[in-house]
Design a protein around this ligand. Structure first.
Ligand code: SAH
Length: 348
């Protein structure tokens, strides 16, 4: 199996080039082509013999845009990507006044199997490499490189997959994407969303990474959380609170909790009160997410009225809370939905 050049750091690229008998300065040229999304054939200032040698052992790019769906409502763009082994993943580009946020996937499929999520329906198929996570950003930038747009400025690791279940590749991605001579995306503009793998949350802080930590909580007590998220059998809400306190103390980054609102399940007034007491005293913010309907899961989202009532109950308790704007809902914006639709169609 061929390697992937976008998996390499600049130093690793230099070593690779020297080992192939080429001069070190070529690394800079090659690197600048790679971050622009170029294939070997486009690398016009590089010796042909060297590119031939390189292409026998490596792919230049790991991610190709395979489909693009623009929301008519809000300009959100959903992308389908094809990986070199034929697997399909997806991502979403959301345009805000302050910049363009790309939601990236970290795995093909997911092991976590949350009750409402489309990504876990087939289990984990495989981890993405660092270069494949980076490749999503590279491909979207290349697609929008006509100068009319400023490219990706913010990243959320919130697509399909559990980022902390692919720890090493995700850490390498975090390093690569913020490399000054590469894509140079500010570390402050990167968020990571996790179902709450507490040991890895601590390890991330210990290893010096500082993405905004977003926790998918979705329930105010362990019993209910276990019935929605299998991972709750391994880590209690109390474990999560301790881990995020540790993360906050080490990184100074505020914690965000995500709470997807499921009709008749986690949206009662009592749930709001319990939730307020869970987060009491933490430097955090709660994002209420209107649940996107996933056919195979069959769970309904709460209606607007109960979401806003829930929000005002939290506010009364002094909790910082917003309802997430549901972007791109007309183009299957929620995790894993679009990929499934395409795969199901191809299967039929
Ligand atoms: N595994 C990570 C990141 C991927 S999911 C995590 O659990 O955080 C990103 C966010 O989308 C999570 O908060 C997840 O719970 C939420 N999500 C997944 N499916 C959804 C759906 N159908 N409707 C609303 N939110 C959903």
């Amino acid at each position: 199996m061929k390697g992937l050049l976008t998996d390499l750091s600049f130093e690793e690229l230099e070593n690779t080039i020297v080992n192939l008998g080429e001069q070190k300065f070529r690394a800079k040229q090659l690197w600048s082509w790679l971050v622009k999304g170029a294939e070997f054939a486009q690398m016009s200032n590089m010796p042909k013999g060297f590119l031939d040698k390189l292409s026998q052992e490596y792919y230049a790019q790991g991610v190709e845009i395979y489909g693009e769906y623009k929301s008519q409502k809000d300009g959100t763009v959903k992308y389908l990507y094809r990986l070199n082994d034929g697997n399909i993943i997806e991502g979403v580009l959301m345009k805000y006044k302050y910049g363009n946020t790309l939601c990236v996937s970290t795995q093909v499929g997911c092991r976590m199997n949350c009750a409402f999520c489309a990504s876990g329906l087939d289990g984990l198929i495989r981890n993405l490499t660092a270069g494949e996570i980076l490749g999503q950003v590279i491909a979207v930038n290349a697609r929008n490189s006509d100068g009319s747009d400023r490219g990706v400025t913010n990243i959320v690791l919130m697509g399909s997959g559990e980022p902390l279940d692919n720890y090493d590749n995700v850490c390498k991605f975090l390093t690569l994407v913020s490399a000054e001579n590469g894509l140079n995306i500010s570390k402050r503009n990167i968020s990571l969303s996790t179902c709450g793998l507490c040991d890895k949350i601590r390890q991330l802080a210990d290893d010096g990474y500082t993405p905004t930590m977003t926790i998918s909580l979705h329930a105010p007590n362990d019993e209910m959380r276990k019935s929605i998220m299998p991972i709750a059998k391994r880590y209690s809400i109390d474990d999560i609170i301790k881990a995020v306190k540790y993360y906050f103390d080490k990184t100074g980054r505020r914690i965000i909790f995500e709470y997807s609102m499921i009709a008749g399940k986690n949206d009662s007034e009592d749930c709001a009160r319990q939730l307020a007491s869970v987060v009491k005293g933490l430097a955090c913010h709660i994002n209420l997410i209107p649940l996107n309907f996933v056919k195979e899961r069959g769970l309904d989202g709460s209606n607007k009225k109960s979401i806003y009532k829930f929000m005002s109950l939290l506010e009364k308790q002094g909790v910082s809370v917003t309802v997430r704007r549901s972007m791109g809902s007309d183009i299957d914006g929620a995790c894993g939905q679009l990929r499934r639709k395409v795969i199901n169609n191809e299967d039929n």
